[in-house]
Design a protein around this ligand. Structure first.
Ligand code: COA
Ligand code: ZN
Length: 312
């Protein structure tokens, strides 16, 4: 049974920008986040408190968090891989910590430079130290496949999810880091996650690497998942996952959900203005389609020749 209210999280200034080759100025990041805050999102993933050597694009995370205008009702979350990141996030008054590790050992070693068990120990200590001061979400990367190891067993995903549920986290995000998931797989994992972890806030995070992003979103919605990540313009990708490309495009996804009559709370018209300005910020065209085509309700004028036929 599908949820009738969808909560949508914008990740463009984190997942989106981390894969861009050219540094986006701090002022541009802050202005974009402030404008996104006026669009009706449930949550905005502002940045990542990771090593500036690992992700130079987000080296200004502390400053960005200090300069954004917070809007009531929007949760400002940040990605955190370790204790140092958690300390910085608390110092920056993040509303939520989004802890990250991969289900695939190889991707965890590539991305976080430690084995999964070590990540879990580190993150468990973060949860213990935070001690309920702010809500904690855990993003499990490569939950639908690893670009180096191949298939990832759903049992393994659920096992890691249960371990985090067992230490008291509030939310879990299952991430298809390199767009390997297909709709039947999404449906099966969504059903299983809702059955055993339905008491947590469950979010699905898709990439459109192989064109299956919106089909996967639909499969998850039909299973009853009500929270999704997306990136303005369809930017995104993990620099430590070979072949990674953009997230599902927020405005395309929201356009689809709204066309289907689902409530998202997002002002699509306002968002499209930002999507159309995005190529100027990143200095290149972006993959999103609705910003180019217009909404399906934005009609074109009838050609004069056709008008003449009408009135004939
Ligand atoms: N914030 C800022 N700096 C940090 C940091 C954090 N959260 N964690 C570590 N560092 C710094 C250390 O202070 C140290 O600095 P120094 O070289 O100036 O002394 C350096 O990074 C290395 O620290 P170390 O603990 O040895 O980390 P590492 O080199 O083993 O890398 C991670 C581990 C997790 C910090 C790093 O791999 C990382 O940030 N990965 C995130 C990648 C990412 O964001 N991917 C995309 C999103 S999924
Ligand atoms: Zn991602």
């Amino acid at each position: 049974m599908s949820a009738d209210r969808i909560f949508f999280n914008e990740v463009v200034t984190r997942d989106g920008f981390q894969n861009e080759p050219t540094f986006v100025e701090t002022a541009d990041k802050v202005a974009l986040i402030d404008a996104l805050s006026d669009c009706g999102y449930a949550k905005i993933e502002v940045t990542a408190f990771v090593s500036p050597k690992a992700i130079p694009m987000l080296r200004d995370a502390d400053e960005v968090m200090a300069r954004i205008q917070r809007r009531e009702g929007v949760v400002y979350t940040v990605l955190v891989p370790n204790m140092r990141g958690a300390e910085r996030a608390i110092e920056a008054r993040a509303d939520e910590l989004n802890l990250v590790m991969s289900v695939s050992q190889t991707h965890n070693l590539a991305n976080l430079r430690m084995p999964r068990e070590r990540s879990f120990e580190v993150l468990r200590e973060v949860v213990r130290q935070v001690n309920g001061a702010v809500p904690i979400n855990v993003s499990l990367s490569t939950a639908f496949g690893c670009p180096m190891e191949g298939p990832v067993a759903p049992e393994e995903v659920l096992d890691w999810a249960q371990r985090f549920a067992g230490i008291g986290v509030q939310g879990l995000t299952l991430c298809d880091t390199t767009g390997m998931a297909h709709p039947n797989q999404v449906r099966a994992l969504a059903d299983a996650a809702l059955a055993s972890l339905g008491h947590l806030e469950l979010t699905f995070h898709f990439h459109n690497t192989r064109g299956m992003g919106l089909a996967n979103l639909l499969a998850a919605v039909q299973a009853g998942i009500g929270r999704f990540d997306g990136s303005l313009g369809g930017l995104g990708g993990c620099p430590y996952a070979p072949g990674a490309t953009g997230n599902i495009c927020s405005e395309d996804a929201l356009h689809m959900l709204q066309a289907m009559g689902l409530q998202t709370g997002v002002d699509l018209e306002r968002l499209l203005v930002l999507a159309r300005a995005l190529p100027h910020i990143v200095g290149r065209p972006v993959p999103g389609q609705v910003a180019q085509a217009g909404r399906s309700c934005d009609l074109h004028p009838v050609p004069d020749a056709v008008l003449a036929l009408h009135s004939a």
